[in-house]
Design a protein around this ligand. Structure first.
Ligand SMILES: Cc1ncc(COP(=O)(O)O)c(C=O)c1O
Length: 432
C-alpha cells in the first residue's frame, strides 16, 4: 500500500507532481510520502492492539530526521545500532526510553552514552558484551537493562546477505545456550534482565519463518519470565514488502495498483503471531524498518544519454549505485517507471548509472517504455536501505530528499555540496 499514483499521465506522490519536484530540486532526488509511512505504522500498531506492544522502527532502514520525527509523533520507539543512530533519534525528538540498542560490536563509548540517556534495553549478542555492559554500568553506578538476542536457527528464505537467524550468522546466541547465559548474567549486579529478543533476517515475505522462530522461542521466554522476571519479548523486524507487484500479485503496473498487494500484510502477520505471543503475558516489541518505509519512497533520476549499440539499449541516468546500492549489492529488483508516461513502444533496456563499475546497473534487458534524454524515471520502493546506504563514491554528493504530505512538499535533506565531500580532509604538512 502506498500513496504514489498516476494522475492522467503524471506520477504523483500524494497530491504533488513528481516531475514538478524533480524540476525544482534537481535529480537524483528521493521523495517520501508521509501518508504512506503513517499508514504502515498505524496498520501494524492496530493489528497488534490485542497485546501490550511497542513498535521500535528500525532506524537503519532510513534515518532521515523527518522520517524519525513522523514516527516519533505516532508513538514509535526505535531500534538503533550505534551511538550515532541514538543521537539522530534524540535530534528528531524521539524518546531514548523507547529505544532498543542492537548490534554485535557496541563500543564502551556507545554503551556509556546509551546508559546515560536511559534507553529501554540493550539487545545483547554475546557474553563478552554482557560483561562489558556490567562493567560500564558499574562505573556509572547504573543498571543496564538487557535482553539476549536468541538465534532460533531458522532459515528465513531470503537473500543470503540479509539472513541473520541461523547458526551460520554472526548474530545472537544459540537458543539452547540462552538459559545458561541468563543464569550467569543474573549474577552480574549491574544488569537487569529485561527481555528476550530475536531477529531472523530481512525482506521475509511469508509469515512461516517468523511463526517457526517465535514458536521455538516461546517456551524459553516463559521459562525466563518465571525464573528471571523478564518483561518483554521482541520478535524483531524483517517483514518484507512488494518490490515486483506485476510478478507477485498479477497486477498490471505499480501505479495502477493503489493497494500494491502487500504479500505479508500486518493483519496476516498479527493473526499468526498473536496466538503464540498472547499466552506469554509479556510486552511485545516489533522492530520493522523496510515494512514501514520501503514503499514510502522513490528515487527520481534524469536520463542523461540513450546509447543504442545495435545489441543493447542503454539508458544512462544521473542516479547511480552510490545513491541506491541495493541492485548492485543484493541483485535487488526495483520497478522503474517513467515519471511522465508517453505513448511510446517498449524495448529491452539496461538502466545504468555513470559510475565506473559494471555493477552500476539498475536493471538489465528489462522491457521498458522508450525514453529520451531529459526525461525522468522513478525507481520505486526505494524508501528503505536507499539513502541510508548511499555513499559519495566517484565524488558524487549525497542526493537531496523531499517529504510530501498531501499537497505540501519540503526538502528534508539538502543536496550535499561538492566541497563538503573533502571538508574534513587535510593536506599532510610535508606535502605543503
Ligand atoms: C536487529 C534488527 N532489527 C530490525 C531490523 C530491521 O529489519 P527490516 O528493515 O527488514 O525490518 C534489522 C535489520 O537488519 C535488525 O538487524
Amino acid at each position: 500500500m502506498h500513496y504514489f499514483s498516476c494522475v492522467a499521465t503524471k506520477l504523483h506522490c500524494e497530491g504533488v507532481s513528481v516531475e514538478a519536484l524533480a524540476r525544482k530540486h534537481g535529480t537524483p532526488l528521493y521523495i517520501y510520502s508521509q501518508s504512506t509511512l503513517s499508514h504502515h505504522f498505524k496498520k501494524l500498531d492496530t493489528a497488534f492492539a490485542p497485546v501490550e506492544h511497542l513498535i521500535c522502527y528500525s532506524v537503519k532502514a532510513n534515518a532521515n530526521l523527518a522520517i524519525l520525527r513522523t514516527l516519533a509523533g505516532l508513538g514509535s520507539g526505535f531500534d538503533i545500532v550505534s551511538g550515532g543512530e541514538l543521537q539522530r533519534v534524540i535530534a528528531a525528538g524521539g524518546e531514548p526510553g523507547k529505544c532498543v540498542f542492537a548490534g554485535v560490536g557496541k563500543t564502551e563509548e556507545e554503551i556509556t552514552f546509551a546508559l546515560q540517556r536511559g534507553i529501554y534495553c540493550f539487545n545483547v549478542e554475546s557474553e563478552p558484551e554482557l560483561a562489558r555492559l556490567n562493567r560500564v554500568a558499574a562505573r556509572l553506578k547504573k543498571t543496564a537493562p538487557v535482553a539476549v538476542r536468541a538465534n532460533p536457527d531458522v532459515a528465513a528464505g531470503t537473500h543470503a546477505k540479509i539472513t541473520t537467524g541461523t547458526y551460520e550468522n554472526k548474530f545472537g546466541i544459540a537458543c539452547e545456550k540462552v538459559e545458561g547465559v541468563y543464569e550467569r548474567a543474573s549474577r552480574l549486579k549491574h544488569l537487569r534482565l529485561r527481555g528476550l529478543q530475536m531477529h531472523i533476517g530481512s525482506q521475509i515475505t511469508t509469515v512461516e519463518p517468523f511463526e517457526q522462530a517465535v514458536a521455538r522461542l516461546a517456551p524459553l521466554a516463559l521459562r525466563l519470565k518465571d525464573r528471571h522476571g523478564i518483561e518483554f519479548f521482541s520478535a524483531g523486524g524483517g517483514l518484507g514488502i512488494v518490490y515486483q507487484p506485476a510478478l507477485e500479485s498479477g497486477a498490471a503496473k505499480w501505479w495502477e495498483t493503489a493497494a500494491a498487494a502487500d504479500i505479508l500484510t500486518s493483519q496476516r502477520y498479527a493473526a499468526r503471531l498473536l496466538p503464540l505471543v498472547k499466552p506469554l503475558g509479556l510486552r511485545l516489541l516489533l522492530e520493522p524498518g523496510r515494512f514501514i518505509v520501503g514503499n514510502a519512497g522513490i528515487l527520481v533520476t534524469r536520463v542523461e544519454y540513450v546509447k543504442r549499440t545495435g545489441k543493447k539499449n542503454f539508458v544512462i541516468v544521473d542516479a547511480a549505485m552510490n545513491d541506491l546500492i541495493r541492485p548492485a549489492f543484493y541483485e535487488a529488483y526495483h520497478e522503474i517507471v517513467p515519471v511522465v508516461r508517453r505513448r511510446s513502444q517498449s524495448l529491452a533496456t539496461d538502466v545504468v548509472g555513470p559510475i565506473c563499475e559494471s555493477s552500476d546497473c539498475f536493471c538489465k534487458d528489462r522491457i521498458l517504455p522508450r525514453v529520451e534524454e531529459g526525461e525522468y524515471l522513478a525507481l520505486l520502493s526505494a524508501g528503505a536501505y536507499g539513502s541510508a546506504m548511499s555513499s559519495t563514491y566517484n565524488g558524487r554528493p549525497l542526493a537531496a530528499e523531499v517529504l510530501v504530505n498531501g499537497n505540501r512538499a519540503a526538502v528534508v535533506r539538502e543536496r550535499q555540496l561538492v566541497a563538503a565531500l573533502w571538508a574534513g580532509e587535510k593536506i599532510a604538512p610535508w606535502l605543503k
